[in-house]
Design a protein around this ligand. Structure first.
Ligand code: PGA
Length: 264
């Protein structure tokens, strides 16, 4: 964690939640006052699209920001069931997750599709959280660095910079499984991603771009993961669904930020 880069904790509800859940979150989390250390951090919730307006209504009076889980690469048109980046922006989103492995797998989204979506998000004024990560087989075959490198290079437009994108490293085998890589593995992959960004976009962008880790992040392992220098935050699935878990995860992260902040 490096305080030149504002830390980010993003919750991805995936296809879960109802308006009742938003009301619970609003009561349990959004109205709580964050201490000064937590204020340095960006806390984001990405609910399913129909819940965005309701969540935004409560979140707009809190420290929490709202994001979408995907967007189409076009602004509008005959794309039944899709949502454009512009529409997300219009209903209060500041962020959008793109290229999540669940979309890459279930909807055959390839790097070039993700790249178009990142471009559309930038045009709409949204920050993209671009997801990359290897499968279990690719990890077993020693292909992690190669896969992540090509995903970063091919999913991010040439014009995108540190103010337009956040990169989330999410090993697919760690998502929803309770398994996480060793701290050293996370550190190595994040350092490699920063290196790829330095070579493709320059050292200044690489120093400023925020890199998140995602995959089975919980209240009790978040501090260890965020202690890694090149990790600037977390993308959280399962543990973002319970307001108690998500709050303790955010609090544990904020406590760590306070300790780290005293060190820098
Ligand atoms: P998980 O999901 O925290 O439930 O592993 C992470 C993600 O898919 O972003």
């Amino acid at each position: 964690m490096n305080f030149k880069r504002p830390p980010v904790i993003a919750g991805n509800w995936k296809m879960n939640g109802t308006s009742e859940m938003v009301i619970q979150f609003s009561k349990n989390i959004l109205k709580r006052v964050l201490d000064d250390n937590a204020k340095r951090c960006e806390f984001i919730i990405c609910p399913p699209a129909p819940l965005i307006p309701l969540l935004y209504e409560s979140a707009s009076q809190s420290a929490f920001l709202v994001g979408g889980q995907d967007c189409h690469s076009s602004e509008s048109g005959a794309y039944t069931g899709d949502i454009s980046a512009l529409m997300l922006k219009d209903i209060g989103c500041s962020f959008v997750i793109v290229g999540h492995s669940e979309r890459r797998i279930s909807y055959n989204e390839i790097n070039s599709t993700v790249k178009l979506k990142v471009g559309a998000a930038k045009k709409a004024g949204l920050i993209s959280i671009v997801c990359v990560g290897e499968t279990q087989d690719q990890k077993n075959n020693g292909e992690t660095f190669e896969i992540v490198r090509s995903q970063v290079l091919e999913s991010i437009p040439e014009s995108a910079s540190d103010s337009d994108i956040i990169i989330a490293y999410e090993p697919i085998w760690a998502i929803g499984t309770g398994k996480t890589p060793e701290i050293e593995e996370i550190a190595n992959v994040h350092a490699a991603i920063r290196d790829v960004v330095a070579k493709s976009k320059g050292v200044e962008v690489a120093e400023k771009i925020r890199l998140l880790y995602g995959g089975s992040v919980k209240p009790d392992n978040v501090a260890g993961i965020l202690s890694i220098d090149d990790v600037d935050g977390a993308l959280v699935g399962g543990a973002s669904l319970s307001s108690n878990d998500f709050w303790s995860l955010c609090e544990n992260a904020a406590k760590l930020f306070a300790i780290l902040n005293r060190k820098v």
